[in-house]
Design a protein around this ligand. Structure first.
Ligand SMILES: [Zn+2]
Length: 111
């Protein structure tokens, strides 16, 4: 039996919150159905660096698969956190093929 999803996780020394949510809750947050998504809270006042919501209705295997995918986004955001923002806008070219997230556009505030 695969281990259940943890409630929090430490990524690069930052604690992130992991919430198992209904498909409806995820759709309300993102406007679409997703197995999971990552929301950075680095700019805010939260004690957490960010939050990952995971669809609790999918299989545990899919929950873990979705979690690792979102942890990759968390690693990218947290590691960017310490870099010079202007340099980041010029140099980031990453694109997530699964969710279509373009990091260069995101850094410029275009998405
Ligand atoms: Zn993605």
């Amino acid at each position: 039996m695969r281990k259940s999803i943890p409630k929090t996780m430490v990524v690069l020394g930052y604690r992130i919150l992991i919430e198992k949510s209904s498909p409806k809750e995820i759709e309300e947050e993102t406007g679409k159905r997703h197995d999971a998504f990552w929301l950075s809270l680095l700019e805010g006042m939260s004690q957490f660096a960010g939050r990952i919501m995971i669809d609790k209705s999918i299989s545990r295997f899919k929950q873990w698969r979705a979690l690792w995918h979102e942890v990759e986004h968390a690693i990218t955001d947290i590691s960017d956190w310490d870099l010079d923002k202007r340099q980041m806008e010029e140099e980031i070219e990453g694109l997530c093929l699964d969710c279509g997230k373009n990091r260069a556009k995101e850094a410029k505030g275009e998405v």
